[in-house]
Design a protein around this ligand. Structure first.
Ligand SMILES: NC(=O)C1=CN([C@@H]2O[C@H](COP(=O)(O)OP(=O)(O)OC[C@H]3O[C@@H](n4cnc5c(N)ncnc54)[C@H](OP(=O)(O)O)[C@@H]3O)[C@@H](O)[C@H]2O)C=CC1
Ligand SMILES: O=C(O)CCC(=O)C(=O)O
Length: 415
């Protein structure tokens, strides 16, 4: 079977949505490719005294609506092509979430689980020095993604501030520690958005949250928070997978105990609160809601027909291929798209940028109340457009985003 790259998929989504939005051909041309790309190779001293060279990327997809926002991914199979796709999705995500921000993404081809803490820190610092021409508080505000976390973001900010004579610049990186100017509520932000997407969708479909059966692929920052928050609202987490395996319990798993177990054993596999299996079993797991929160193209024609859930909420970026989505639509599955469902990370990163700029910080409650309001307004707008025009929520979101970017382009006088 011919498999398409994430970039080809993102560009196909762009073409379909541009047609729906009546966008001009210049906008399609502008958005099909990034505005600025940097590919670097840089040295890092390893603990054993050798030097290893790493490949890194930072892509500014589109800066029409404001400074670039988007995470940094550490992954052994990272490619520039994937980062370009993720950066296009960021431009669309930031636009539909009404942020004054453009979209971008970065990454390093590396396996973080094979690096010591010291090697990871030197890697982060070397990466910041290598991509420095792309960075700056009102230029590009890199956040976290797969393989990056509060620690990596804090090292990156520190390197940036040291490079500038210890000038305090908390709005230069997102997802850092609270004492360095991070935002309260950022660690749970993306999982919170995913949980709100489940709650709103159930409300629209008349489904009760109590006892709702939820399965989650990927138990990292996004998946673990989504599972924990939904469980606190009465949902039952029946299945969870990661690279190491799958854990199932029809009576419900305890997400907080599972997180503690994965921190000690590096995988959900073997968790005593459920029955272990192969990671692929997550897709055939009986449940009401499936949350793919791992990598792109996880749901394809190969496994889409196995899915029992009638609601899929995309925690990951691009987890469903277009052909799989067609099959899911035919089977009556409602899909809440990534650019809405996982927008909590970038929206609260934006709130972090605002707080960092003023060096004045809000409580977690204030941050989350602000985000929840923004989320509900945008969800309802997309839901209405999707119902009125009989288009998917994904296409409703993309067409609104493209129209916003086109308006910005016209204001700038580019077309
Ligand atoms: N962090 C954020 O704020 C945001 C993240 N996203 C997207 O959410 C997704 C997850 O990101 P995040 O939680 O931050 O990343 P993490 O690195 O924190 O976690 C990734 C999780 O996915 C698992 N995983 C990776 N590959 C597979 C696979 N093939 N099968 C099953 N599980 C797999 C990992 O398993 P293991 O632990 O075994 O390695 C891990 O549990 C990504 O697509 C990211 O782009 C989107 C918006 C914001
Ligand atoms: O800006 C951030 O902190 C991360 C957002 C992101 O990378 C995403 O939404 O995929």
């Amino acid at each position: 079977m011919l498999t398409r790259s994430a970039l080809e998929i993102a560009q196909e989504q762009l073409l379909e949505a541009a047609q729906l939005a009546g966008a001009s051909p210049e906008i399609v041309q502008l958005l099909a490719e990034p505005q600025r790309v940097l590919e670097v190779q840089f040295p890092v001293k390893m603990d054993n005294g050798t030097t290893k060279f790493f490949k890194g990327f930072r892509v500014h997809h589109n800066y029409v609506l404001g400074p670039i926002q988007g995470g940094t991914r550490f992954h052994p199979e990272e490619t520039l092509e994937d980062i370009k796709a993720l950066s296009l999705w960021m431009s669309i995500k930031n636009a539909v979430n009404q942020l004054p921000a453009g979209g971008g993404k970065g990454g390093i081809k590396c396996n973080p689980s094979e690096l010591s803490k010291g090697e990871k820190e030197r890697l982060c610092r070397a990466y910041v020095r290598a991509i420095a021409p792309m960075l700056g508080a009102m230029k590009d505000f890199p956040g976290a993604d797969i393989g990056t976390d509060i620690e990596t973001q804090s090292w990156m900010l520190d390197e940036w501030e040291q490079m500038h004579g210890m000038r305090h610049e908390p709005a230069a990186f997102s997802g850092k520690g609270l004492l360095l100017g991070g935002s309260a509520g950022r660690p749970s932000a993306t999982g919170l958005g995913v949980s709100l997407a489940v709650i709103e969708t159930c409300a629209k479909l008349g489904k009760n949250l109590a006892g709702l059966e939820v399965a989650v692929q990927g138990f990292g920052k996004v998946g673990s928070w989504a599972a924990s928050l939904l469980s606190r609202k009465g949902a039952k987490i029946v299945g969870v997978s990661d690279i190491g395996g799958f854990i199932h319990n029809a009576n419900g798993l305890d997400p907080d105990a599972l997180l503690k177990y994965t921190q000690e054993h590096n995988s959900v596999d073997g968790f005593p609160g459920g029955k272990s299996g192969a990671k692929e079993q997550i897709f055939s797991c009986p449940c009401d809601v499936l949350i793919p929160a791992a990598v792109q193209s996880a749901i394809s024609e190969d496994n889409a027909s196995d899915i029992k859930a009638k609601i899929i909420v995309e925690g990951a970026n691009g987890p469903i291929t277009p052909n799989a989505e067609k099959l899911l639509n035919e089977n009556g599955v409602v899909v809440v798209p990534d650019i809405l469902a996982n927008g909590g990370g970038t929206v609260i990163a934006y709130l972090e940028r605002v707080q960092g700029t003023y060096n004045y910080y809000w409580t977690e409650k204030e941050v989350h109340i602000q985000y929840e309001k923004m989320f509900k307004d945008i969800y309802n707008q997309l839901y209405s457009l999707s119902s009125q025009k009989k288009i998917s929520m994904r296409m409703a979101a993309w067409s609104i985003a493209i129209s916003r970017i086109e308006e910005g382009v016209r204001l700038r006088g580019w077309i």
